[in-house]
Design a protein around this ligand. Sequence first.
Ligand code: TYM
Length: 332
Amino acid sequence: MEQSTKKRMLSGIKPTGKLTLGNYIGAIKQFITYQEEYEMFVFIADLHSLTLPIEAKELRQNTKDLISIYLACGLDPEKVVLFKQSDVHEHAELGYIMLCNSYMGELSRMTQYKDKTSKLGENESIPTGIYIYPTLMAADIILYDPDFVPVGVDQKQHVELTRDLAERFNHKYSDTFKIPVPITAKTGAKINSLSNPEKKMSKSESDKGTVYLLEDVNIIRKKIMSAVTDSDNLVKYDPVNKPGISNLLVIASALSGDSVEDIASKYSTAGYGTFKKAVADIVCSELTTLQQKVKEIQSSGIIDKVLEEGAQKASYYARRKLSKVYRKIGLR
Ligand code: TYM
């Protein structure tokens, strides 16, 4: 395989539920910007979807939607290694080794783990998967020695843990892994819920606060028009006192490319109705185009081929790295 002189970048999304505008702005849009400049690896983190219960049929559909969205957004399989995590068995194998290289204390300190477990009922058991999840994520990353990992703010802590695990391994067994650096989008690293703008927009948050990339744009428009704001009627970026309006400004800025300041000054006295309509127009126009392309891709029959070729390319790197690890730790 040809060696690239470019810096390397890797990231992934789990096909747990329907993809949201948060995933799009916080992650996918970054991948698109970086694909020219970096040697990119982008994958579907399907093993991660098993950490909480999911129906086989739903997982299959989500996976198909996610790869279609990657392609529809403009990720080019000629430039980016696009693959499915479960097609490259080295992820699970190195995941186990990282698990054995981690401590229970550091895993239980992960914010996402604490959040998810706090939502479980008193008599519900904690699934082990959500506890050990960051060790698999670490393996996903360090198998490929990326320089950078573009993620939303919520995943930054997991990349930091990855750095600790990689450093620990390097220290114990000599230099093996590159230490990756997390990077977040300048605008949109945390898109909040429309109905609860102090909370992250997420696949598991409330439905009316979440914009799904593939849902009917009329519903999306309604959700944006009824986004929670405040009673000032002044469009201004102030995340502490005006989280709803600030969130809408960030969404509009991330999608239009105009700065938050420019948009705020354009609509400062226009009234919330006019401002929300402008945001809805921007979001709906971008998502209408995206949905059209997703349909074309799903009927084109190219998905299997893209994933097959991506898995072959990814396996080349993963195999070499894992056999190095196996030698160092004494399994070979
Ligand atoms: P996941 O699938 O929850 O989210 C995928 C990406 O979308 C970002 N994101 C957001 N960004 C801004 N605002 C939001 N509201 C928002 N919601 C989600 C996430 O930060 C993430 O970048 N563990 C990862 C998947 C993963 C991974 C990896 C990522 C597995 N292995 C290796 C990078 C490298 C996850 O659950 O992301």
